[in-house]
Design a protein. Structure first.
Length: 163
């Protein structure tokens, strides 16, 4: 299994059904969607995927999941490129976690500058870059810890009594 970075910039694409997708994950444990993987044709079914929000703050990791398909070519997601007949590569993604950066905390971009993680080009403009195993292992550890701490904070908050 390999690990790849997918990217999302709200300046370039407004994610209008993000709340719906998060609701699907809460209900079913996952949601399925297509996502652009740039020009990458190497991603295989079962590869690990992380989603990085770029551009405007807050920036950082907002999702994780698994490749459900091999990359396939379709019309480009940007309207002006689609009108010009341009295409890009997509894959089916099984998201296990998606976070809404407008209403909840995300894994901050600055945390990606430490240790093995600092060797990844987090400023890439291209979706679908490979994350080397040492950095991928560290990212997975940090991501799991981040999610666990979020759940503990929520659990503590929701269990507080107002007696």
């Amino acid at each position: 299994m390999n690990t790849y970075l997918l990217t999302w910039s709200p300046k370039k694409w407004r994610w209008t059904d993000l709340s719906k997708r998060i609701g699907e994950i809460k209900k079913n444990g996952f949601c399925l969607s297509d996502w652009s993987c740039g020009n990458n044709k190497s991603i295989a079914r079962g590869d690990r995927l992380f989603l990085l929000r770029q551009g405007e703050e807050p920036r950082g990791i907002v999702g994780a999941g698994w490749a459900e398909s091999e990359p396939f070519e379709e019309i480009h997601w940007r309207a002006e490129k689609a009108r010009a007949g341009r295409t890009t590569m997509y894959l089916n993604v099984r998201w296990e976690t998606l976070l809404n950066p407008e209403s909840e905390s995300i894994f901050p971009r600055e945390w990606l500058n430490e240790g093995a993680l600092s060797k990844v080009n987090w400023n890439t403009q291209i979706s679908g870059i490979s994350i080397r195993s040492e950095a991928a292992d560290r990212l997975e550890e940090r991501w799991e810890s981040f999610l666990e701490n979020r759940e503990n904070e929520f659990s503590l908050f929701s269990n507080t009594s107002t007696d």
